[in-house]
Design a protein around this ligand. Structure first.
Ligand code: ADP
Ligand code: MG
Length: 303
């Protein structure tokens, strides 16, 4: 009866809402029970309205039986604190050169400020998030990253020293699985620890990919501050095969922070993740659009 009182446009609005829910059903069935690793990006994280929506989306995923595992970045936030402290940092191939003083600040900002904020946002939205840090309980066993680059003139390969920048060697998945089994949403700071107890700063995309690979996640979603991979004309590349991804990685128009993202997607698929997507975290409810509608967003890389 109440429906009769609604104007035609209101009726259309509510019918549209109802059909959106019904249309989501096959997607909910597809993803339910699966592990989906989500890298929550530095820039996408800064906006309070967007972060509220992100937390609600994560809560919704959990509610419909998906296991979201959140790995967060913190580049811009770390950059701000370092600037305030007058500490300069250089980037090589999208990675921050990290000395001992910097790694302490990185650890503080990532595992205290940012991690706790995301956990509290998810909890405020009704989820049960659990704070985890890669350098605690050997969650992310790491080693110092040895990055080799070829000198363009001589073609001689040299190893760059990026300081306390690490790469994951082993992920102790049991800690994550225990968290999931308790009904929690793991929220992981991208740090690692080596056998001597040194803490390393690790690119959050790399950590997310390593975790997705170790958990054999069905999907890896990398939220960022661009629409996805853009080509030389700044046009979005909406889908890429695994083989094409390996080639595009070497293109001139792929630089900076996009490089670790693409190599992460390639590695994750190599380890059995079915699909990796680089998507725009600045879009409201980006996760819901990507997972529950036919309009996938961003760049999909598939095996
Ligand atoms: P995040 O904080 O999400 O990890 P990054 O700054 O590390 O973000 O990486 C995303 C950035 O990569 C983009 O903002 C863009 O400046 C840069 N980038 C380089 N090449 C490309 C490309 N081909 N397509 C899209 N973005 C690119
Ligand atoms: Mg980055």
């Amino acid at each position: 009866m109440k429906f009769d009182l609604l104007s035609e446009s209101d009726q259309a609005y509510f019918i549209h809402k109802a059909s959106t829910l019904v249309e989501a059903l096959p997607y909910i069935r597809e993803h339910s029970g699966k592990n989906i690793v989500i890298k929550y990006g530095g820039h996408a994280m800064g906006d309070s309205e967007l972060s509220k929506k992100f937390s609600q989306d994560i809560g919704l995923l959990k509610e419909v039986g998906i296991n979201p595992i959140v790995v967060h970045g913190g580049g811009p936030q770390i950059g701000e604190i370092l600037k305030k402290k007058n500490i300069n940092s250089n980037f090589v191939e999208g990675l921050r050169v990290t000395d001992i003083e910097t790694v302490k600040i990185v650890e503080e900002v990532l595992s205290k400020d940012i991690n706790k904020k995301i956990v509290s946002d998810i909890n405020l939205s009704g989820g049960k998030a659990e704070s985890l840090s890669g350098n605690q309980n050997n969650l992310v066993e790491a080693t110092k990253l040895k990055m080799a680059i070829k000198d363009s003139d001589s073609n001689i390969e040299k190893i760059l020293d990026l300081g306390f920048v690490g790469e994951p060697v082993k992920i102790n998945t049991l800690i994550i699985e225990q968290s999931i089994n308790k009904g929690h949403i793991p929220v992981i700071a991208p740090l690692g620890i080596d056998s001597d107890g040194n803490t390393y700063n690790i690119n959050a995309d790399t950590v997310a990919g390593a975790i997705a690979g170790a958990l054999k996640a069905s999907k890896l979603l990398l939220l960022t501050d661009v629409a996805g991979i853009l080509d030389e004309n700044k046009k979005l590349i909406s889908s890429l095969s695994f083989e094409d991804a390996k080639n595009i990685f070497k293109e001139k128009y792929v630089s900076g922070g996009m490089k670790p993202k693409i190599s992460t997607c390639i590695d994750a698929i190599n380890k059995g993740v079915q699909q990796a997507t680089i998507l725009d975290g600045r879009i409201s409810h980006a996760l819901i659009l990507e997972l529950f509608t036919e309009h996938g967003i961003g760049t999909q890389i598939y095996s």
